[in-house]
Design a protein around this ligand. Sequence first.
Ligand SMILES: *Cc1c(COP(=O)(O)O)cnc(C)c1O
Length: 352
Amino acid sequence: MHDIVDLRSDTLTLPTPEMREAMARAEVGDDVWEEDPTVKRLEAMAAERLGKEAGLFVASGTMGNLVSVVSHTQAGQEVVLDLDSHIFNYEVAGSAVIGSVQMRPVKTARGFLAPEQVREALRPPNIHIPQTGLVCIENTHNRHGGTCCTPEEIGAVAAVAHGANVPVHLDGARLFNAAVALRRDAREFTRDVDSVTFCVSKGLGAPVGSVVCGSRAFITRARRVRKMVGGGMRQAGVIAAAGVVALETMVDRLAEDHANARRLAEGIAKLPGLTVDLQSVQTNIVIFGVQRPAGPSATQTATNEIVTGCAARKVKVHAIGPTSIRCVTHKDVDAEDIERALDALREITSRW
Ligand SMILES: *Cc1c(COP(=O)(O)O)cnc(C)c1O
């Protein structure tokens, strides 16, 4: 049980004592000179876990996606991706600014491109038309509430892209959540993609960082781009050390977060004025809708009332739209905390 139940994001996780200790003891060197043994260790571990030749430690998931897009493409090319994807919506158009690529967002049913959609989006050779440079996939899908796609679905999309000589990047910020939820080896999700980024700073609990993995040649290019965007860090082993602990000790426990998210979602589904699609609760994210039956406090929207009412009861939740709220479970939220969150929601909605 924690004093404050913080369900706003799994990025709010604090490093474990074991991580702090590993950070204090980390052997370090200048990583731009490729002389930091702890960074190298994390990169090698990540590459091994994802069945790729090499890894590159970056400051964030956003940086990982940016260096990946820029390393795969040339200026003026087009990147095919889902309309609700993180890269298209939440990365400050970095790929357009730094990579000079054009985004080709495609509206999808569940956040995952279907093979036919990729086939339709691929550009034919024609002097008037931008050429397709990359296809991006996201797993788990953030905006769709942590939903998973299977290795087979990824394989089908990759087959179409590769048939046109177009590489595929997987934004796997929460890839290990998908692997744990579907009980599949993480390598199966990455087998058919050319590059992948995952965050150690979310559910895995490390304070900083993501790792990009791919072929040795790709990582060599990505290392140059990382330097270009100011991501060449020096004694970065101090932070990479926590990432090593994250990969070693924090992956399997993600199942607890998924169980807590399910408990939370099932509780929310029973409350008046709140709606949740239980099928979409597959990992550690619960997105619920708020629809108060006409009530007295006309000045305050129901969504606001939930956010402020929860905060007054030491439960933090995050509104992601005028009528929707997102809760994310993580290692610093336990089963008792979930009950407290449900008690808070029950109290607030009981007055509606
Ligand atoms: C969080 C997230 C990112 C970006 O990670 P940051 O470390 O916050 O930059 C990228 N993609 C997805 C799907 C995410 O959820």
